[in-house]
Write a protein that binds this ligand. Sequence first.
Ligand code: COA
Ligand code: NAP
Length: 263
Amino acid sequence: MTTFRDGLLAGKTAFVAGGTSGINLGIAKRFAELGAKVAVAGRDPDKAAHAAAAIGEGALGLSGDVRDYAAIRGVMERVAGELGPMDIVVSGAAGNFLAPVLGMSANAFRTVVDIDLNGTFNVFRGCHDLLVRPGASLIAITAGQAVNASALQAHACAAKAGINQLIRVLALEWGPEVRVNGISPGPIADTEGMKRLAPDAATRQAHYDRIAMKRWGRIEEVAESAVFLCSPAAGYITGTILDCDGGSQIGDASRGDLAKGMV
Ligand code: COA
Ligand code: NAP
């Protein structure tokens, strides 16, 4: 893709929590391509090391659990110490599985809320004094479940809805110095999330039917949304959730199909 000019992020430091695979790794790679110094973190140290190698020379791949405030704070202190104060922080770590409420223990519910919602609080709360201020940009990766209730997703719906409100509160509290936004990806091809949430043909079809643009999203497209939100082009945008989802959340896509059949 050639949507943003080379060197756009030169001199910037970016940290992506949960950036060791999938969509978040795609975001980290794109930041690096555009000139940023990049660090990623996840629980698995080997996966983090591989991710850093894939991002390129100088990238840091660190291990830390976003559920543990002290651990993730320590990771971010190291990032700021080695790469410089952070201009961009992405909170993208998440856990998910399909389960009905009655098939979900209290610990199962708590685990997903802890990774997604408490993890985002920990990352954002923990990074504030390590940010370039004024000017830093924070991005949380949320999901359509935040606004559209979905069976088998009580934990993720609750957690992502909480993230959406946390984004808005932080945008208000940190407004003059730090912009805080979210990206809500739609179903993105070749990701762990899709593998888990659309494990069979019928579920995949149900997801597909919701998409106005009638194709799966690409990791690179979410990465471009992240670049936009932390670029000067979004300099007056804060507290917003950018849907990068081919129109999956705007309504009943089957009516769109109906309309096409009528002309
Ligand atoms: N259905 C119901 N409960 C489940 C489950 C499933 N498919 N998978 C896990 N659980 C429950 C476990 O049984 C456990 O509850 P219990 O102690 O009452 O038995 C609880 O969830 C925690 O599981 P555990 O495996 O100990 O958690 P973990 O911290 O090691 O891993 C997960 C977190 C479960 C979210 C794991 O799937 C993960 O690491 N996911 C990261 C990758 C991912 O989900 N990517 C997609 C992002 S959209
Ligand atoms: P993924 O590949 O599983 O990425 C999850 C990342 O988070 C991994 O790097 C993982 O590494 C890390 N992680 C998990 N638990 C962690 C913890 N406790 N502490 C630190 N890091 C942790 O998933 P993905 O499908 O690309 O999804 C990425 C993001 O996009 C998520 O926020 C997800 O909710 C959102 N999203 C995805 C889709 C989709 O279609 N895939 C749609 C909407 C929204 P370790 O396992 O090593 O910790």
